[in-house]
Design a protein around this ligand. Structure first.
Ligand code: IFM
Length: 470
């Protein structure tokens, strides 16, 4: 039997116990009914239908069509076909008892080049959000999860300050149209990835590679966020507003001052680059030591705009990186051997999440309530006899949720956790090979299969609901 623990134990690495139940211990904060447990996705990764109903091309349509940019030449053209299967997908979410759903809106689907609304695109999101609300599922909507309209990229994309103002217009349109259907708006998802991977090393769309581009793109992204915040507040006063940042744990390879400095710089580059402007109103000076001569052009008033108060901060966490000094003013990665890794090659390191969260509480006096807006792992999951036994993911989730609980007990105000991802999807430069879902997707048939991890999460949520009513 596929789910028989003894049948799989030989195949497992020693740190993964098949007997490990997912259910958190009785004293875990996760039992609190007001701790939201949900799942997340993003438009380009699941929707498909890239040229339907007036959707315009995005930078990811362009980038993924270029040879060699995405593994196996995959694109988001069809993805999980969610645009056509959204009703079934919402039923699946509800069937699992998930309490929150984090999705993103595709800018090129809802606004034309002149800035006018695309009614068909807006109607899609209105129907989706209305159904989620009917099912009692909290709606967390991200406005920008990397799919910049291509026509804006043609005018310089995030290197052009004007894009920040266009983003505020887009935020205005969508929040006017969908006001009342959204519990929490996030302006941007992971500006680090948009700026660094998109403009700094070229691994993501639009594929440019220049350190000065990365810092200027980041500045315009953060400015876009800051300009959008008051617009969202005016149009949809009852909802919460925030931003989502991916964070990275960097640990020193030795106790030497140089290696400890390297680990510090790693975290400056991954975390403080974004969080300092948002929460302190200034870029970290150490960044310019790491990347000399890359200071962006900042106009008067920009930093105040960027540091507008947040109702929440979304945190996405996946792994840690061991680093050492590069002998100059930077760091380089040291690949640790004998540690548990995921299909992405990322190290499984739950303590990193706990330590970063506790660290932020001390660094930022004004740290707003936190949602873990993404956490999860990729594994090469297969459907066997109609079932998917994703044992490594079950242990991963359990351990990361325990880390969240520890951070809560240490005083961090964490309100919820979204699994990445609801279903397998288009994993950017890695295409469809890497499977992050708690639901398996067969891309040849679009068949969804609930993985064992999802069953256990559902079981826990059911237990939590029963407990409350008894
Ligand atoms: O799939 C991505 C997501 O779009 C953004 N955060 C990280 C995930 C896994 O790489």
């Amino acid at each position: 039997m596929a789910n028989d623990a003894s049948a799989v134990s030989d195949a497992l690495p020693p740190h993964v116990s098949p007997a490990d139940p997912f259910t958190p211990p009785a004293d875990s904060a996760l039992w609190r009914r007001d701790f939201l447990l949900g799942a997340a996705t993003a438009a380009y990764q699941i929707e498909g239908a890239v040229d339907e109903d007036g959707r315009l091309p995005s930078i990811w349509d362009t980038f993924s069509a270029l040879p060699g940019k995405v593994l196996a030449g995959d694109t988001g053209a069809v993805a999980c076909d969610h645009y056509h299967r959204w009703e079934q997908d919402v039923d699946m979410l509800a069937g699992l008892g998930l309490e929150g759903y984090r999705l993103s809106i595709a800018w090129p689907r809802v606004m034309d080049e002149a800035g006018s609304p695309n009614r068909k695109g807006l109607d899609f999101y209105r129907r989706l959000l209305t159904r989620l609300k009917e099912k009692g599922i909290a709606t967390f909507v991200t406005l920008y999860h990397w799919d910049l309209p291509q026509h804006l990229e043609a005018r310089g994309g995030w290197l052009n300050r004007e894009t920040a103002y266009r983003f505020a217009d887009y935020a205005g349109l969508v929040s006017r149209e969908l006001s009342g259907l959204v519990d929490a708006w996030a302006t941007l998802n992971e500006p680090w990835c948009s700026a660094y991977l998109g403009y700094g090393n070229g691994h993501h769309a639009p594929g440019l590679a220049d350190g000065r581009y990365a810092t200027q793109a980041m500045h315009h992204l953060l400015l876009a966020h800051g300009l959008a915040m008051p617009v969202l507040r005016t149009n949809d006063p009852a909802s919460r507003k925030g931003i989502v940042a991916n964070i990275g744990r960097g640990t020193a390879n030795s106790d030497s001052a140089a290696d400890r400095r390297a680990a510090h710089l790693f975290e400056v580059q991954h975390n403080a680059w974004i969080l300092d402007p948002l929460l302190k109103g200034a870029y970290p000076q150490d960044l310019w030591e790491l990347w000399p001569g890359t200071e962006p052009l900042v106009l008067e008033g920009d930093m105040q705009t960027i540091a507008a108060p947040l109702d929440f901060l979304g945190i996405n966490y996946y792994f840690r990186t061991q680093v050492e000094s590069d002998g100059a003013h930077g760091f380089r990665e040291v690949l640790l051997e004998g540690v548990e890794r995921t299909q992405m090659g990322w190290e499984v390191f739950p303590d990193g999440l706990r330590d970063l969260l506790i660290g932020f509480r001390h660094t930022y006096a004004n740290l707003p309530p936190v949602y873990i807006t993404e956490n999860g792992m990729a594994s090469d999951d297969k459907v066997i006899d109609g079932r998917v036994d994703d044992t490594q993911r079950i242990a991963f989730l359990k351990r990361h949720l325990a880390a969240v609980d520890q951070a809560i007990k240490a005083g961090v105000d964490i309100r919820g956790y979204f699994l990445w991802s609801l279903m397998d999807n288009f994993e950017w430069a890695f295409g469809y090979e890497r499977r992050f879902g708690i639901v398996h997707v067969d891309y040849s048939t679009q068949q969804r299969t609930i993985k064992r991890s999802a069953e256990l999460v559902a079981k826990f949520l059911e237990e939590r609901r029963t407990k409350e009513t008894t």
